[in-house]
Design a protein around this ligand. Sequence first.
Ligand code: PSU
Ligand code: MN
Length: 304
Amino acid sequence: MKQYITLSEEVRQAKEQGKPIVALESTIISHGMPYPQNVQTAREVEQIIRDHGAVPATIAIIDGKIKIGLFDDELEMFGQSKDVAKASRRDLPYLLATKKLGATTVAATMICAEAAGIQIFVTGGIGGVHRGAETTMDISADLEELAQTNVAVICAGAKSILDLGLTMEYLETKGVPVIGYQTDVLPAFYTRKSEFPLNIRADDVETIASTLKVKWDLNLKGGVVIANPIPEESALDEEYINGIIASALKEAEEKHIKGKDVTPFMLAKVKELTEGKSLDANIALVKNNAVVGAQIAVSFNSIK
Ligand code: PSU
Ligand code: MN
């Protein structure tokens, strides 16, 4: 796999010096947020990670290589170009072989991070079991990746465009720990709470770091979800956002949106219906995850 990986100079030095590194995905840039907020957020998230003592590594597929750490003009390209494929596990071989541009999802970012020796990954929200999956079978490849790839994903839970109950059942079946950071219940992305209790709560990052170490020391393969609620002041009203999500889901169904297009469609539609409020919330929660993710990376790096 090594021949397909290119490290940025910043990441290469960080590895050489044994510094903590935090992986970041690029689908959130190319397909999760509009331009120019996507690029601006990506830059700010990288800086937050540096300010908290770790080194950011945004991951993407460029010119037949898995790039670990992007240049500023590459971030800009992923933010602007309409010609970037959404790259999940299944897409990596073809995109690398044909030297196309690919923005990595949570699943693909986990694969690339693990291959580059990075165990901590910060994002906004993970994919999951979609509502109606009992007939559509729309279950994100992110969940299968969490079942098998040794990377911890810091997120704000999963969006209620998904079936959160089924998503939790799936993760339980696959043996993926879901750790609530200072919370007893699964956060629902735009809101701090959901009706789903968590089995593990951690109030400090050291507990999370040591739990990761023990899991992988035990050779229990797979990832860990660290669910970090959106800051109170940025959270949206639950009834309000759930109403919007219901209308967006209805429209997705009427327009026969399927497969990999479902999540980007829903994100863009919810943004439109909330007049940008969902985007502001999304940006705030990713930055908050960057703080916690960097702290976990620093702690994990000191004990691993
Ligand atoms: N959730 C978000 N923003 C995103 C995504 C999820 O709030 O950008 C992206 C992530 O890259 C995630 C992917 O891995 O969507 C899941 O897509 P799918 O449901 O098609 O697996
Ligand atoms: Mn899907």
